[in-house]
Design a binder for this molecule. Structure first.
Ligand SMILES: [Zn+2]
Length: 185
């Protein structure tokens, strides 16, 4: 029975963020705060764990939905939409391909880098630096058609080395670099 595993969540999170254009609740549209979200089966079938059947919602909407017909309907419509999107390879492009200037794209990549780190560290507590770099480069290329490795490294350094940033880098015994939540100040 394919319930939602941690590995699935890690893969699905950037997909949901992209489809929902940010980390927010697909029901009420409000931004998610902290860990107050669930990966929800849109059709309420816990065994139907496929990407097009998963949306991110806040915990309170998730609970309300179990007894709310309109919310169930909304979820099913969204599922249909995701299925249609998955069949249309151009659709994803259209979502992001407005006439973006270079600054706009840089801003998006920076924003995505920050969001990615925030989410992964919420889930895992840490992430290896190189994993982070390559995952974010891949996602930014897919989403925005931009994001060179050197650029993403620069963004990660800004987000982890600057005083007052939320994250920091640590080295383990094998000299591997990890990104973790900044402790103290
Ligand atoms: Zn909600």
């Amino acid at each position: 029975m394919p319930r939602i595993t941690r590995a699935f969540k890690l893969k699905q999170l950037p997909v949901c963020i992209k489809r929902q254009t940010g980390l927010n609740c697909y029901q009420d549209g409000k931004p998610i705060t902290g860990n107050n979200y669930v990966f929800e089966h849109l059709d309420d079938n816990p065994n139907n764990t496929v990407s097009t059947n998963i949306g991110i919602s806040c915990q309170s909407c998730n609970i309300k939905k179990s007894s709310n017909y309109d919310m169930k309907l909304k979820a099913l419509e969204l599922k249909k939409h995701y299925e249609a999107m998955a069949l249309d390879p151009d659709e994803g492009e259209n979502l992001t391909h407005s006439a973006s200037s270079e600054i706009d794209i840089n801003r998006k990549c920076y924003g995505y880098t920050k969001q990615w780190l925030t989410e992964i560290i919420n889930i895992d507590g840490k992430t290896e630096l190189n994993d982070a770099v390559f995952s974010i480069v891949f996602d930014c290329q897919e989403k925005f058609g931009a994001g060179a490795e050197s650029t993403i490294r620069k963004y990660i350094n800004t987000l982890t080395l600057a005083r007052g940033s939320n994250f920091m880098q640590i080295k383990d015994e094998d000299k591997k670099r990890w990104i973790v939540k900044r402790s103290g100040n």
